[in-house]
Ligand binder design. Structure first.
Ligand code: HEM
Length: 334
């Protein structure tokens, strides 16, 4: 009898333990399931965003191959002025706000705004509820352009946020100019934490795209050796839209021939050709020319580093609904 009672209480204890353990297990497994679900939702949102941007950029490049070059430059000009914060995309508000878009280095020169707007729109329709900044869209569009023009694809980390302002004078002072000598260029890249080698890799983007005749009519901007071959008819009229390739040989392909141009003294811009003026940069030019795979890899690494340039401290950030305007209407001046 005594044995029977002990046996029963032991069995009850065991059952209680199993029930408790199961409750505990359910409690633990439930949040893990939630996290997995949330993560897979986030992952599929990210895939959706990537696919949406890629489709818009692909269509744009099919329509006009130069647009790939323009999107790469748009991203560079965004990141170099107070970090990758979508500041370059903000429209001026007459009488109230003048941002980066109409600052002299960008005005009538940078292009691709409508492709970014279109990508934002496509994300809204293809990936409802996805929150992605315009700065992230720019980073993806630049990466897709590099890959579609013949460079190598690389992963882009998302999570940038958009500034509620833009810096007109910052575009003037922080961006390199085509008349900058080598030391000035090195100084501007070093101010962004980028080395001479990273600078030579990044300027390799001049393997694609064009300069406007209006830029080249200013003697300070051009490699003197290239002047006699230009067919720009300077001074140009205000409606002149003629273009000259930055890479004489293959301006539509992301390859190493820009470096070969420099070695032959056929860089178009003054700022391009001065890379051959010091062994520190000229050696890198020669290395990339003889090892195109290394160029493509180091270009991607430098783009990734540039793409991580943070917004200025203290600037208000958000995820813009429309890339050319801050949310609400209270733009903050610098
Ligand atoms: C010292 C540095 C640099 C200077 C002085 C410079 C200057 C210029 C100038 C003057 C133009 C022609 C603009 C026009 O005529 O409207 C141009 C075009 C271009 N730049 Fe740069 N740039 C530099 C670095 C970079 C970097 C780092 C990138 C990208 C990572 C880049 C990408 C491009 C591209 C792709 C184009 C052609 C754009 C098009 O066809 O729409 N540049 N650059």
């Amino acid at each position: 009898m005594a044995f029977g009672a002990t046996h029963l209480s032991l069995t009850l204890c065991l059952v209680a333990l199993i029930v408790l353990a199961k409750a505990n297990f359910d409690e633990k497994i439930e949040p893990v399931n939630n996290i997995l679900e949330q993560n897979s939702d986030m992952l599929s949102q990210e895939f959706c965003i990537i696919a949406a941007v890629r489709s818009v950029v692909g269509e744009a490049i099919t329509r006009e191959r130069r647009m790939g070059a323009s999107l790469i430059r748009l991203f560079f000009h965004d990141c170099f002025v107070d970090g990758c914060d979508g500041g370059i995309l903000l429209d001026d508000i007459p009488g109230r706000f003048q941002g980066e878009k109409t600052s002299p280095p960008n005005n009538n020169s940078v292009r691709g705004f409508q492709v970014i707007d279109q990508a934002k729109q496509r994300i809204k329709t293809m990936c409802p509820g996805a929150a992605v900044s315009c700065a992230d869209i720019l980073a993806l569009a630049a990466r897709d352009s590099v890959a579609m023009l013949g460079g190598m694809p690389y992963p882009v980390r998302l999570g940038r946020r958009d500034a509620r302002t833009a810096n007109f004078t910052g575009a003037l002072t922080q961006l390199p100019a085509p008349f900058d000598d080598l030391n000035v260029q090195l100084g501007k890249f070093s101010a962004k934490g980028l080395s001479a080698r990273e600078m030579v890799a990044l300027v390799g983007a001049h393997t694609v795209g064009f300069a406007r005749c209006v830029t080249l009519c200013d003697d300070r901007n051009i490699n003197p050796a290239m002047k006699p071959t230009l067919r720009c008819g300077c001074p140009v009229s205000s409606n002149n839209t003629n273009l000259v390739p930055l890479d004489l040989m293959t301006p539509e392909f992301f390859d190493k021939f820009y470096y070969e141009d420099l070695i032959r003294n056929q860089g178009l811009l003054f700022s391009d050709q001065v890379l051959m003026g010091s062994s520190a940069t000229a050696d890198v030019v020669r290395t990339y020319n003889s090892n195109p795979g290394l160029f493509l890899r180091e270009f991607n690494a430098a783009m990734t580093k540039m793409g991580d340039l943070p917004p200025s401290r203290g600037v208000q950030l958000e995820i813009r609904d429309v890339c050319s305007k801050v949310n609400g209407n209270s733009i903050t001046d610098m």
